[in-house]
Design a protein around this ligand. Structure first.
Ligand code: ZN
Length: 285
């Protein structure tokens, strides 16, 4: 049990950290007395396999389930390799069904980037994780929900709930009530698939309120290798709200928005101003 490379996140949760180079997200296992819930399918067969191999080294219940945070490639390409009953939002399944029909060769990826249905960022990361010939063995989730589902793992209860938001409308969170840890996927990140990367107050603010309504002590973002305390999450989201409100009030005047922002101002704030401005421009189109 001790030779596993899995890291311990809390009393009942183990995980592997994200990998920026190939955009691997955190994969986690929430361990109950009867069964284990895995968070996200991984960005490749290899990613999923490595995680399962480490999990197999531990003396854990054999019954396993998988929950998917959203449809983006890095969270779903490993579903088939996991080979366990898989939960997702109905829209997540629909998007994976579309992905099943696609050609994933360099040539096809290049073409999709040109026509706008794929983005350069994902293309590069896919090429980094998966070398050609790139024949993918994708699988759709087995069990879908619209609002959410609760899973009893034996002494541990997990809530999987749809929260939607800017990054991907199908985004779901996985909340372990006992650990008071919530996996939020990429849901707080910008919209990357519709032109300029953007935020809109209309989509982001209700999501923030929803996320803060959970009785969680810590938040886990898929590509961030640390626990974010509730206090820090409140600080991060208050700043996002401050920026969003200023953009709504002032409009397309970046200098004025930055002038009115409470200090200190860092690069992340300036990026977020740009994202909200991009969102506003899209709305005005
Ligand atoms: Zn994503």
């Amino acid at each position: 049990m001790n030779n596993t490379r899995l890291k311990k996140m809390s009393k009942n949760i183990y995980y592997t950290p994200p990998v920026e180079k190939t955009d691997r997200p955190i994969l986690a296992a929430i361990v109950g007395k009867e069964s284990v819930l895995i968070v996200d399918g991984g960005n490749s067969k290899k990613h999923a396999r490595e995680f399962i191999d480490e999990l197999n080294k531990m003396n854990l219940p054999e019954k396993r389930y998988l929950a998917i945070t959203h449809w983006h490639w890095d969270h779903v390409f490993g579903i088939k390799e996991m080979n366990i009953p898989t939960f997702s939002h109905t829209e997540t399944k629909k998007e994976i069904e579309k992905m099943l029909t696609l050609d994933w060769s360099d040539k096809a990826l290049e073409l999709r980037v040109k026509e706008g249905s794929e983005i350069e960022f994902c293309k590069e990361k896919i090429q980094e994780e998966l070398k050609e010939p790139r024949i993918l063995d994708l699988k759709t989730p087995d069990i879908t929900y619209d609002c959410g589902v609760e899973i009893d793992l034996g002494t541990i209860t997990c809530k999987i709930e749809h929260v939607g938001g800017e990054h991907s409308i199908d985004s779901s969170v996985i909340f372990s009530e006992e650990d008071k840890i919530i996996f939020i996927g990429d849901c707080l990140f910008v919209d990357i698939y519709h032109g300029e990367w953007s935020y809109s107050t209309k989509n982001l603010f209700p999501l923030i309120d929803k996320l803060l309504s959970y009785d969680a002590d810590y938040y886990v973002e898929s590509h961030v290798d640390r626990l974010i305390s509730k206090e820090e999450m409140i600080k991060i989201t208050n700043r996002l709200k401050e920026i969003g409100n200023l953009v709504d009030e002032i409009g397309l005047n970046k200098d004025e928005i930055i002038n009115r922002l409470s200090s200190p101002i860092n690069q992340e704030d300036i990026d977020n101003v740009d994202y909200f401005l991009a969102g506003l421009r899209k709305e005005l189109q």
